[in-house]
Write a protein that binds this ligand. Structure first.
Ligand SMILES: Nc1ncnc2c1ncn2[C@@H]1O[C@H](COP(=O)(O)OP(=O)(O)OP(=O)(O)O)[C@@H](O)[C@H]1O
Length: 258
């Protein structure tokens, strides 16, 4: 795949990545010989038809699931043949996750939810707490929120807290699966603004979405159909209200048959 001039070095690459599920005695080939490069510092968006294999690809790239065949390299190290235990360590050190369902722990304060993630890789509680508070402030969640419980937050506030939890260990890549899928448009925009800001500071993001407003935030769009990459669109960095970018994305998606 051609490399956008604005992109950095490949942070993840795949070689003939395949994923097959067996269900009810039938084999379903979901990812078919994918050769992909994801570049450092990019906001990569994965779009495509329903069932195309977008989430399956995201889970394979992040080491949440293992490929059936093929190789995945993360920063030049092969991760596709790691044991489950080593993959768990790899994810803890390198990956942050943001999902449509927010999965904060109900019986802990927002700050504790974030601290507990940080303590998985460091025992320096004071430093983690400082980083957590700093990040919470950056995403617009001030001190009055820190000691609340998840059920006392709006959906948008909870998703911003979940982004902080994903960032607290300073991961190389944030993997997001429909992060605005359960949010109203205002909360969705606030979540996208945070992800955009985080990416502008250099954080690599890979996001699966059906939502065109979310997709606009990416600088590189991969379009999947039936387990393959059907097309790639390099949009350049997001600039609010840039009509040329919007038109380019629309005509790419039309071309892909979206
Ligand atoms: N663990 C599993 N076992 C069996 N089949 C699975 C499993 N996970 C996913 N699939 C199948 O793989 C296909 C692709 O699923 P995936 O969730 O990757 O698609 P998607 O492109 O993200 O779809 P959507 O946009 O609808 O969420 C689907 O047909 C799904 O049923």
């Amino acid at each position: 795949m051609d490399k956008d001039v604005t992109s950095g070095n490949p942070i993840i690459s795949t070689d003939k990545l395949c994923k097959t599920f067996s269900y009810g005695g039938v084999q379903q080939h979901i990812l078919k010989n994918l050769d992909i490069e994801i570049y450092e510092g990019d906001f990569t968006v994965i779009m495509g038809s329903s069932g195309a294999g977008k989430s399956t690809l995201l889970y394979a790239l992040s080491g949440m699931d293992k490929p059936t065949l093929g190789t995945i390299k993360f920063n030049q190290s092969v991760i596709s043949d790691l044991s489950n235990d080593k993959l768990a360590v790899f994810r803890r050190l390198n990956c942050g996750f943001v999902f449509q369902q927010i999965y904060l722990m109900d019986n802990m304060s927002i700050l504790d939810n974030i601290l507990i993630s940080g303590l998985l890789i460091s025992s320096d509680r004071k430093a983690i707490a400082e980083r957590a508070k700093d990040l919470l402030t950056q995403v617009g969640l001030n001190e009055t929120i820190w000691n609340k419980f998840p059920s006392q937050l709006s959906g948008g506030e909870a998703q911003r807290a979940a982004i902080v939890r994903a960032l607290v260990n300073n991961p190389k890549v944030i993997f997001a699966d429909e992060p605005t899928g359960a949010l109203n448009s205002g909360a969705g925009k606030a979540t996208l603004d945070v992800l955009t800001e985080v990416n502008n500071r250099g954080q690599s993001i890979i996001m699966v979405t059906h939502d065109i407003k979310s997709a606009r935030r990416g600088n590189r769009i991969l379009y999947m159909r039936d387990g393959s990459i059907q097309g790639v669109c390099d949009l350049g960095k997001y600039v609010s209200g840039d009509k040329n970018r919007q038109d380019k994305l629309h005509s790419f998606l039309n071309e892909m048959g979206w």
